[in-house]
Design a binder for this molecule. Structure first.
Ligand code: HEM
Length: 196
């Protein structure tokens, strides 16, 4: 139960909060995503097939998870002595894989600090194929709930944006807190106004 709560609930809710914060900071993207949802769904509930056709929504979520990966670090313990490139890894040491830093490293991303969902548009798949995109980990311990999390996020965002206008209530900070999951320094405060 604890695994489900931390691994599943805290991560998905943090990611939704970051995505809403990014939309509040970039109103032109907010209106483009809302338009994509309106045109594609025409007020109806999404089906599984349609979820993957919302390319801007998918790109928005990928970019939000890149800039603000809720699981901002992954840890491992070396069971045996090993070697990674030029580094000798002694037995029993703890290794921290800094996902947040990898997601902002200029070797892997152009203009890494800029919020640009377009980098995931076009030929790229959902989830993206770039191995430096690892909000759900990688390899044999890849997140078991990845598809559930992505689907939950899409359905919540679609439902919210179909029904409400979103606007900030006061200033929005970009500061982060590196706690169990990556959190905003100050949670965004926003207003929901029903769409007629
Ligand atoms: C945005 C949401 C989520 C993020 C960012 C996320 C992130 C991650 C990451 C990075 C790992 C790998 C940890 C490691 O390698 O040590 C992981 C593993 C795991 N996640 Fe998620 N997760 C999310 C949602 C979920 C959900 C919804 C569930 C289940 C309901 C879930 C269940 C798990 C489980 C059981 C593992 C362990 C897999 C294993 O060790 O074989 N996660 N998650």
């Amino acid at each position: 139960m604890r695994t489900l709560f931390v691994a599943g609930y805290a991560t998905t809710s943090a990611s939704l909060m970051w995505t809403l914060q990014l939309l509040l900071q970039h109103p032109h993207i907010l209106s483009e995503v809302q338009q994509e949802i309106d045109i594609t769904l025409n007020g109806h509930r999404p089906t599984w097939t349609i979820l993957n056709k919302l390319s801007l929504l998918n790109a928005l979520i990928s970019e939000s998870l890149r800039l603000y990966p809720p699981a901002w670090r992954i840890t491992r313990t070396a069971l045996n002595e090993d070697r990674i490139l030029d580094y000798q890894v002694p037995q029993n040491v703890s290794i921290l894989i800094h996902v947040y830093a990898i997601h902002r490293h200029p070797t892997f991303w152009q203009h890494p600090k800029i919020f640009n969902p377009a980098r995931f548009m076009g030929s790229d798949a959902m989830p993206p194929r770039n191995p430096a995109w690892m909000p759900f980990g990688a390899g044999s311990r890849l997140c078991l709930g990845r598809d559930l999390a992505l689907t939950t996020m899409k359905i919540i965002l679609i439902t919210l944006l179909q029904r409400f206008h979103l606007s900030p209530k006061g200033p929005i900070s970009s500061g982060v807190r590196f706690v169990t999951t990556l959190q905003p320094a100050t949670p965004p405060s926003f207003q929901l106004t029903p769409r007629i």
